[in-house]
Design a protein around this ligand. Sequence first.
Ligand SMILES: Nc1ncnc2c1ncn2[C@@H]1O[C@H](COP(=O)(O)OP(=O)(O)OP(=O)(O)O)[C@@H](O)[C@H]1O
Length: 237
Amino acid sequence: MSNSDTGPAPDPVLHIQDLNYSVRDRTLFKGLQLSVSAGESVAITGRSGSGKSTLLSSILGLIKPHGGSVRVTGADVTKLRGKQLAKLRSETIGTVFQFGELLPELSPLDNVALAALLSRSADRADGYRRAQELLDELRVPRAETTEELSGGEHQRTAVARALINSPELILADEPTGSLDPDATARIAELLFELPRRRRCGLVLVTHDVEVAAQADRVLRLEAGLLVPARVREAVEA
Ligand SMILES: Nc1ncnc2c1ncn2[C@@H]1O[C@H](COP(=O)(O)OP(=O)(O)OP(=O)(O)O)[C@@H](O)[C@H]1O
């Protein structure tokens, strides 16, 4: 029986409460709240400079907020340091950025396997086997280096790398920003399938109306808060 039939809703994979953060003289977050469940996708839109990427950095523990908590699968990343934070990041969160951020001189397989070897799944043969399976599933061709890949193949490799440690949460920052319309549609479809197929949460930052429209919820970052938004006004305002 599913959770929607009976019991309480599961704990969110991401729970941000009362987040406050300022940079220079600008207040980026003013009591910001966000909760994302397993199996749910959330698109975040907002004007350039409103703080969308900074919000993802806060979830990764790359910046320390001035107040509030950021819980990922229950652990408050604002309280974690060093090895504990690195472990949470590599085991629990997968990231996909605008340009993939792959190591250009390595093959797609090495890029994905490396993420496995750097985390809990330290067994080399197993890491490479799982990496190849994922790349095959995502239809990434074999190549000597990632520089040989098309834009879409590059981003599919980045998605494979994000998935290799079976994360509970995926963060994507303009994942289709460098792609043509056809590749954008295919990468967006792939990303939005993940919460349903793998029961992870997905937080995706985008300026693209068509991409945002595929999320379960669309929120707009505005005046330091996340507010529910209709897609067109969210992206264009
Ligand atoms: N390390 C930093 N030092 C100083 N200012 C910063 C730093 N990081 C971000 N900022 C500022 O914080 C604001 C928010 O930046 P952020 O990149 O989060 O915006 P964004 O909404 O993702 O923008 P875009 O849509 O253009 O990518 C900007 O005004 C930026 O200049």
